[in-house]
Ligand binder design. Structure first.
Ligand SMILES: NC(=O)c1ccc[n+]([C@@H]2O[C@H](COP(=O)([O-])OP(=O)(O)OC[C@H]3O[C@@H](n4cnc5c(N)ncnc54)[C@H](OP(=O)(O)O)[C@@H]3O)[C@@H](O)[C@H]2O)c1
Length: 329
């Protein structure tokens, strides 16, 4: 796999990043450690986790930490082989300081993550969700402390809009903290609402690392209209995490089936290859349950979507509305 720059961080990452949100359950510890080793052996050098990940057992406010502990154990003796990203902000308890992007919470959680990951430095530390109670400059000041203490190398955001990234950049330009290097957004053929922000990221050198490019597995071709989901699939095991499968959705999945068949590739590969060609893409964060799923994601990095498909894709999987450009067409 050809490595790509992670924004302006100076880091080079594989175009496929290993997601860990299901580590703990249904992917139990030893199996999850095996998947991390397999990913590294197959050329993935980028792992995405979060302080709250613990798989399907997670509930809002549960303490998390399970996936980070698994990553820490798996990387023992191989820490230098992986760029490790983790996140802060989601609730880890019931108290007012147990969530969000305040310096108290961020600086407490960075220490907990370091301990669980068994590392001295987190390569990429990500603000998980915007916090409307905490000004962006306050969060940036906390990230600055963490960078100066050597606890994190780079800072990124997740689920933030372009205007929030622009504010953070302006603050960094005034010397008020580190420049953000990455943006983690939901993005797939079925979810294109952040599409217009990609151009902003491209122009500003912010690396985009989307999540759910397979829409939780819906875009892999394993779900069929009128048939029950496969027993070991997410739709069978954790339907609360999945979209409603109605006729409108299956109509779109039929369109994907047709396009992928015409291109002669599998549907998961087609969906990932399409996402990888979008502006500013550094690495797609893919969730996996098996080694075969890792291999399929990696294979997608060398696939190409036929150029003549672009208009048909936009018709079947429309992006957000955009006013026609009266100046340039
Ligand atoms: N920043 C955020 O707010 C945020 C939010 C969500 C996720 N994330 C990150 O993004 C990562 C990916 O998210 P995700 O796992 O929800 O979405 P995803 O990558 O779209 O879906 C992954 C799931 O699809 C199925 N799958 C994957 N490859 C397959 C293949 N080739 N054939 C058939 N099924 C396949 C597997 O589930 P089954 O086999 O069980 O069906 C797998 O667990 C997470 O692990 C996490 O690191 C971040």
């Amino acid at each position: 796999m050809q490595l790509r720059p992670l924004g302006t961080s100076g880091l080079l990452v594989s175009p496929i990043c290993l997601g860990t949100m299901t580590f703990g359950s249904p992917v139990e510890g030893p199996a999850a450690e095996g998947l991390i080793h397999a990913a590294l052996d197959l050329g993935i050098n980028f792992i995405d986790t979060a302080n709250v990940y613990e798989g399907y057992r997670r509930f809002l406010g549960s303490p998390g930490g399970v996936a980070e502990e698994i990553v820490g154990r798996a990387l023992k003796g191989r820490r230098d082989k992986a760029i490790v990203a983790t996140k802060v902000g989601a609730p880890v308890g019931p108290g007012p300081q147990d969530r969000g992007l305040s310096p108290v919470h961020v600086l407490r959680e960075v220490d907990r993550s370091l301990r669980r990951l068994q590392t001295d430095t987190i390569d990429l530390y990500i603000a998980h969700w915007p916090d409307r109670e905490v000004p962006l400059e306050t969060t940036l000041a906390a990230m600055d402390v963490a960078v100066r203490q050597g606890k994190i190398r780079c800072f990124g955001v997740s689920n933030h809009a372009a205007w929030q990234m622009a504010e953070l950049r302006a603050l960094a330009d005034r010397g008020l903290g580190p420049r953000l290097v990455s943006s983690q957004i939901p993005f797939s053929l079925l979810r294109r609402e952040f599409q217009h922000d990609l151009e902003y990221c491209r122009q500003r050198g912010i690396g985009v690392t989307p999540y759910q490019a397979l829409q939780g597995g819906l875009l892999t071709g394993k779900y069929h209209r009128g048939s029950p989901p496969p027993v070991d699939s997410r739709l069978a095991e954790k339907p609360e995490w999945m979209w409603k499968t109605d006729d409108a959705l299956f109509d779109r999945l039929d369109a994907l089936r047709e396009l992928a068949a015409e291109a002669g590739v599998d549907q998961a590969g087609y969906a990932l290859a399409w996402a990888l060609t979008q502006p500013a893409m550094s690495s797609l964060i893919v969730g996996v349950k098996t080694r075969a799923q890792i291999e399929q994601a990696i294979a997608a990095a060398s696939l190409a979507v036929p150029p003549e498909h672009v208009a048909r894709i936009d018709q079947a999987f429309p992006g957000p509305w955009k006013q026609p450009d009266p100046l340039r067409g």
